[in-house]
Design a protein around this ligand. Structure first.
Ligand code: DQQ
Length: 616
């Protein structure tokens, strides 16, 4: 890698002035005195280093992405007068977390996006140190209101609101923050440095209600606040939900799902035909989990179903790079849509072992900008292709025990050239190439069929969680029934590849256990990348001998939906050779039991308008 300053595209003098200015602003505003308490990796010396040359190779073609710089959580998704709005946490000045504003994009189809000016940015005493995550609520008269977390000069976290400045502007370009903010200030018994991310409000029993993430020591807490007029809010005495040993809850999302069918339902809906879902994002693990349960709107109590794990090992919307997700009800199409940040942050422990700690532990004072920033920046910036996952329609599985999601139908408008395979038998060790599409940017749907369930390997419950099994039993470790699946972003010699595959086991109780893995470990051989093997179990009946997989491949994203969207895994990968036309796609089987690719359809995917110019 070229570590010279020139390759940053940043003239030295301009860099020096920009850095000095940024450091001065950060010193004055106290950034170095009070640490930010969301565990995004903090690189003060890089927060204002603008990227002039964006590496194209790993940029996505159809995932939501700004033209450059850092992005994190999706904020306030909503539909207003037929136009979709997505706000997101964004650093307009650099490619690492910092200087966060609410960037704003609009779309008519959830696929093609146009960038507008940032909607909310630090400017008032109640948000001068940051405009952090939040949600949009559409009031009964159709007006949208944003609830977001602001940080004041002392980094106290509080909840504010913003409203459109001009309701006649269909794009709602400008937002104002009335002077009666903050709406909710943390009381003395609340942890003021962990009090954030208000959810979309819902209305029941004569009150508006919203939930906010927090913690007390290591106990995760979701607080509920109520208001009659959306202006004066009071905390409900009991925590809405609290779980020991989870660490901080971020970005809580609370919403109803219909007991039957795939339609969505308004966030305020209650009644016999609905269940409720509470999702929290775990600051410590950078993963999320959710429970399904019963909500009593009169007592404002939420009781998760007893059969579900309520903690780090709980059900996940996505078992890969996916964080700070948020849903909204798309009233025009009657569906609930899920957005997630395809993050690359990982735990502190992993940071230490994967060798990036050298970058993180440098302080700005000891940092020799001109001798070190380029290496640090460039090695980091290979990971600067942050994006949001494809928006997904979400509903409750027919068994009522988990959620199911599927890419919004509109994404299919990007499908181009199509190829198909039918009834291709793959014996142990065989693979077949899917030729005739752009394998680096593709949509693949495949149904695998198998007739001999007796070859399923014995399942040992001591193996631990799914991702650990995926790490131990790779795509190349021979098995009985599986591993079989797709080799994505592969070089022709399999030097680089990202396999997405199933393995089927049999437990002592004779039940089959299905594992879906997405393994980034051989996606590239660059030394300093975070390349985990992700995995999730798939709760599906395979007695009919079939398993389906859909994978959206987008240069540096491999987003997979197992068994019709029951288990989803997003991997971020950075191949060095399996890029553009050098990327290949294969179906493979490394199990002793033959499997059949009953039907595989694959499409080249066109580029979407991803905030680069574009009209809507
Ligand atoms: N990111 C925001 C916080 C939120 C965290 C800050 C989650 O509001 O808790 O950028 O990624």
């Amino acid at each position: 890698m070229d570590g010279s300053r020139r390759s940053l595209g940043l003239p030295a003098a301009a860099a020096a002035v920009a850095l000095a200015w940024c450091l001065l602003v950060m010193v004055l505003s106290g950034v170095f005195i009070v640490p930010a308490s969301a565990t995004h990796e903090i690189f003060p010396e890089l927060q204002c280093v603008s990227v002039l040359n964006v590496k194209k190779v790993h940029r996505t073609g159809f995932h939501f992405q700004p033209p450059k710089h850092w992005i994190n959580d999706p904020n306030g998704p909503m539909v207003y007068k037929g136009i979709y709005h997505l706000f997101y946490q964004y650093n307009p000045k650099g490619a690492v977390w910092g200087n966060i504003v609410w960037a704003h994009s609009v779309s008519r189809d959830l696929v093609n996006w146009k960038t507008l000016e940032p909607a909310i940015y630090p400017s008032k005493p109640f948000d001068i140190r940051g405009c952090w995550s939040g949600s949009a609520t559409i009031l009964p008269d159709g007006r949208p209101v944003i609830l977001y977390t602001g940080l004041d000069k002392d980094a106290v976290q509080m909840q504010n609101y913003a409203i459109p400045s001009d309701m006649n502007d269909p794009y709602l370009r400008r937002w104002s923050k009335p002077d009666d903010n903050p709406l909710i200030y943390p009381s003395k018994d609340v942890n003021a440095s962990a009090f954030r991310d208000p959810s979309t409000a819902w209305f029941s029993g004569g009150h508006w209600k919203t939930v906010i993430g927090s913690r007390h020591h290591h106990r995760g807490i979701v607080y509920m606040y109520r208001s009659k007029d959306f202006k004066h809010w009071n905390r409900v005495k009991h925590p809405f939900h609290t779980v020991p040993n989870t660490g901080n809850f971020e970005c809580p999302d609370f919403f109803p799902v219909l007991k039957a069918g795939q339609n969505g339902i308004d966030t305020s809906a209650v009644g016999e035909n609905v269940r409720h879902v509470l999702k929290v994002s775990l600051d410590e693990t950078r993963y999320e989990y959710y429970t399904i349960g019963t909500y009593n709107p009169d007592k404002d109590k939420y009781v998760p179903d007893g059969s579900l794990e309520d903690g780090w090992g709980g059900l996940r919307l996505d078992y890969g790079n996916f964080y700070a997700s948020k849903t909204f009800y798309d009233s025009g199409k009657g569906r609930r849509i899920l957005w997630g940040w395809a993050n690359e942050s990982d735990s502190q422990a992993n940071d230490t072992t994967k060798g990036w700690a050298g970058v993180q532990v440098r302080t700005w004072k000891s940092y020799d900008f001109f001798s070190q920033v380029d290496d640090a920046f460039l090695s980091y910036c290979r990971r600067c292709t942050f994006c949001q996952t494809i928006p997904r329609t979400m509903w409750l599985d027919s068994g009522g025990k988990q959620l199911v999601h599927w890419p919004v139908q509109e994404i299919e408008t990007l499908r181009g050239n199509k190829v198909e395979l039918q009834n291709v038998e793959l014996k142990r060790g065989e693979h077949v190439e899917v030729k005739g599409i752009t394998a680096a940017q593709a949509d693949v749907e495949v149904v695998f069929a198998f007739s001999d369930l007796s070859r399923a390997e014995h399942f040992d419950p001591r193996w631990g969680p799914a991702h650990r099994i995926c790490a131990q039993k790779s795509a190349n470790s021979p098995g009985g029934l599986g591993p079989f699946g797709l080799m994505t972003l592969a070089t022709v010699d399999f030097h680089e590849y990202t396999p997405v595959f199933f393995r089927i086991f049999k437990a002592d109780n004779n039940k089959h256990i299905i594992l879906l893995c997405s393994d980034a470990r051989n996606s590239s051989h660059a030394g300093d990348l975070y390349k985990p093997a992700f995995g999730g179990f798939v709760n599906v009946d395979i007695s009919h001998g079939k398993l389906s997989l859909r994978t959206l491949i987008d240069n540096s994203v491999v987003e997979s939906f197992g068994a019709g969207g029951r288990t989803c895994i997003t991997s971020r990968v950075y191949p060095e050779k399996a890029t553009y036309d050098n990327a290949r796609l294969f179906a493979f089987n490394h199990g002793s039991s033959p499997i059949t690719v009953e039907k595989l359809s694959a499409w080249s995917m066109k580029n979407a308008d991803r905030n680069i110019g574009g009209t809507i």
